[in-house]
Design a protein around this ligand. Structure first.
Ligand code: SF4
Length: 689
């Protein structure tokens, strides 16, 4: 027994499946994963969900990429690293010489580490010379970040998960928290049950949190901005605002007030379908509560007005004095494990690491001094613009790591056509993804258990993950691959460990200035901003907002109505989201038999009323057709959805069933986040088999 125990290794890591950032020890013996043991997680204590506990079999999947692949006619052949890297260096150099640096684009992964996102943007900016750089927060949380920048100055959760437990009232808008952020939801559920915390949920679908809520409201799709603004106006009209807070800490009240003048309760009822007395009740709950936290997610952000609604949330919190105190504030719930970190690290077209503007000469001068080269000054292309630029012929090369863009971007038929037009496409992943089919070179990367680094969770908490297993076959951690490519292109990077990359990050990114690996030993963590002395910030804004006068700003946002309102030809509203058991496009969880045996695939939820009207029952196949494409799916009749609203989990193994065969290319006006939730379809019932 003693010998057996000796060969068992316990390694601290951080879950790679969602932004809650649960940490735990993984017990391994050689390559076998014996156990996941949460003990001291700062975000999760001793909890995990099904994904964190059981979804690790993919690490040893037969389908892992273990060698570079190079396109050979219609297929691929195995290649050495030497050959693959030489080809990449040659193509990148040729295209840059002939068409300029902006003919290349780079996409980092919000599943990878901070250190890897940092190197990816350094490669794009310092080695190639382009700001064509993005990450998948473009698909989810950019509008939330925009709403917070406009109003309070930091694009992150204003407090910690602990604050959600302390709040007198939690409001969840467009977030299926119990399935998408399970451990965080458990903590809210416990506070609701044991502490008498109040819970209001606004959503289309009656999911678990909606069932538990004290008040569940179902606004018409895409109209959250209206009810939020009407509630805020009601509070101001009845003098229920926190005037002392407004006087001391907030600018712009008059202009903001004028901007929401039209949103009377009557107008809001007309536009949202929520009764006026219900809206009054929401307002009363907010002003009565001892601390209000608002959590929101894709139901808000993946709309044409996602940034505007996120702004409206923050405005409401400012008017009611719900910042600068424990148990209050804004909580955009980050989806992937490192959505927050990938953006913090500058994997974006307009910011170099640390949200420092690329068009600010002082910022560029500092980075140029550190990196020994000038940086490009004008904003680059975001994901959405990249796809159009490939169609236009101005973007010719793409290097994408750890993103299944060929399934998760909206309107994937259009995206696939773009991939086909690329001169040269490098995909770096742990599996031969759907997107990899379009690549010219596929590079084998290592998953989280095979590498060192840090992730930053939804509450801005930076945590260390340690290598539990050696990279499989010839796969390598992403940071090593990026360094190899950079050096082939003439750089002279000498990182031997991600800790050295973090030292560079700390020296260039004020939010991370006090972050060191020593301060992240074991289960220790730091929430940004981290000062040079190592003190961190669990609760933001305690001594003012990060603007020159230290005051927040009420921002006069505007209502942007949905574009695909159901009508005669496309008569149903098509909603989509996650399910508990699977992670996103499912490349990892569908390769974990423990999970897939329970939930083998996707389906479409149909309301009992619609099922009756169309003569449908569970298991019947239907074809959903939108303006952009079609999918064939099994029906699940459930009262979670109502009327003519459908819901489909995005998690699928079958690319032909992807949600994004149906979604269009319209986006949030401010950030270009696709309006996935703004889609109308018709449903054709297929003959019984
Ligand atoms: Fe992982 Fe999120 Fe589940 Fe925690 S709640 S175990 S971070 S998927």
């Amino acid at each position: 027994a003693a010998m057996r125990a000796q060969s068992i290794q316990r390694t601290k890591t951080v879950c790679t499946y969602c932004g809650v950032g649960c940490s735990f020890e993984v017990w391994t013996k050689e390559r076998h994963i014996l156990k996941i043991e949460p003990t001291h997680g700062p975000a999760n204590g001793v909890s995990t969900c099904i994904k964190g506990k059981f979804s690790w079999d993919h690490i040893n999947s037969q389908e892992r990429l273990t060698t570079p692949l190079i396109r050979d006619g219609n297929g691929f052949r195995e290649a050495s690293w030497e050959e693959a890297l030489s080809l990449i260096a040659r193509k990148f150099t040729e295209v840059r010489a002939e068409h300029g640096p902006d003919a290349l684009a780079f996409i980092a992964s919000s599943k990878c580490t901070n250190e890897e996102a940092f190197l990816m943007q350094k490669l794009a900016r310092a080695v190639i010379g382009t700001n064509n750089m993005d990450n998948c927060s473009r698909y989810c949380q950019s509008p939330a970040t925009m709403g917070l920048w406009r109003t309070v100055g930091y694009g992150g959760d204003s407090g910690s998960i602990h604050d959600l437990e302390q709040a007198g009232l939690v409001i969840g808008i467009g977030t299926n928290t119990a399935e998408s952020h399970p451990v965080l939801a458990t903590r809210v559920k416990r506070a609701h049950k044991l502490r008498g915390q109040r819970l209001i949920v606004a959503d289309l679908r009656e999911h678990e949190m909606a069932q538990r809520a004290d008040l569940f409201i179902r606004p018409h799709p895409g109209t959250d901005f209206v009810w939020l603004s009407a509630v805020t106006k009601y509070i101001l009209d009845h003098n229920l605002q926190d005037q002392a807070f407004l006087d001391q800490w907030v600018n712009g009240l008059d202009e903001y007030r004028a901007s929401i003048a039209e949103y009377t309760l009557a107008r809001a009822e007309e536009l949202t379908g929520i009764a006026q007395d219900t809206l009054q009740q929401v307002a009363q709950e907010i002003v009565r509560a001892d601390g209000v936290c608002v959590m929101w997610a894709m139901g808000v952000t993946q709309q044409c007005g996602g940034s505007e609604t996120s702004t409206a949330i923050s405005n409401l919190l400012l008017v009611t004095g719900n910042y600068m105190r424990p148990g209050a504030g804004s909580y955009p719930l980050r989806g992937h494990n490192n959505v927050q970190g990938a953006s913090d690290m500058g994997a974006m077209p307009n910011f170099v690491a640390g949200y420092q503007k690329v068009d600010d000469p002082e910022v560029r001068a500092r980075f140029a001094a550190a990196w020994g080269t000038d940086l490009p000054a004008s904003k680059g292309l975001d994901n959405h613009e990249m796809v159009h630029a490939i169609h236009d012929g101005t973007l010719r090369v793409m290097y994408l790591k750890g993103e299944e863009m060929g399934i998760v971007d909206s309107n994937v038929n259009y995206v696939e056509e773009a991939f086909e037009k690329l001169d040269f496409f490098v995909v770096q992943d742990i599996f031969f993804s759907r997107t990899a089919q379009f690549a010219d070179v596929v590079l084998p990367a290592s998953p989280s258990l095979e590498k060192d680094g840090t992730f930053t969770n939804t509450e801005r908490r930076i945590q260390r993950l340690h290598r539990a297993l050696e990279p499989l076959g010839q796969s390598k951690p992403d940071w090593e691959i990026i360094q190899l490519i950079a050096n082939r292109l003439g750089a002279n990077w000498q990182y031997t460990h991600p800790g050295e990359i973090m030292r560079e990050i700390a020296s260039l990114v004020p939010l991370y200035s006090g972050v060191t690996y020593e301060r992240l030993e074991g289960f220790r963590s730091l929430q940004w901003p981290v000062l040079p002395d190592g003190s961190d910030t669990p609760l933001l804004f305690t001594d003012g907002f990060p603007f020159p006068d230290r005051k927040a700003r009420l921002y006069p946002a505007q209502f942007i109505p949905p574009v695909e309102v159901p009508e005669a030809e496309f008569d149903l509203h098509f909603n989509n989201g996650r399910m508990l058991e699977h992670f996103h496009e499912g490349n990892m969880t569908f390769r974990s038999p423990g999970v897939t045996s329970k939930v083998p695939g996707t389906f479409v939820e149909v309301s009992p009323d619609l099922a009756r009207e169309r003569g449908l029952e569970d298991g019947r196949y239907v074809r959903l057709v939108s303006r952009h494409g079609a999918v064939k799916l099994k029906v699940l009749v459930t009262s979670r959805v109502q009327g003519k609203q459908l819901y489909m989990p995005m998690n699928t193994q079958d690319a032909q069933q992807a949600v994004n065969r149906l979604t269009g290319s319209h986006t949030d006006h401010s950030t270009h986040t696709p309006a996935y939730k703004d889609t109308a379809v018709r449903m054709e019932v297929l003959p019984e088999l």
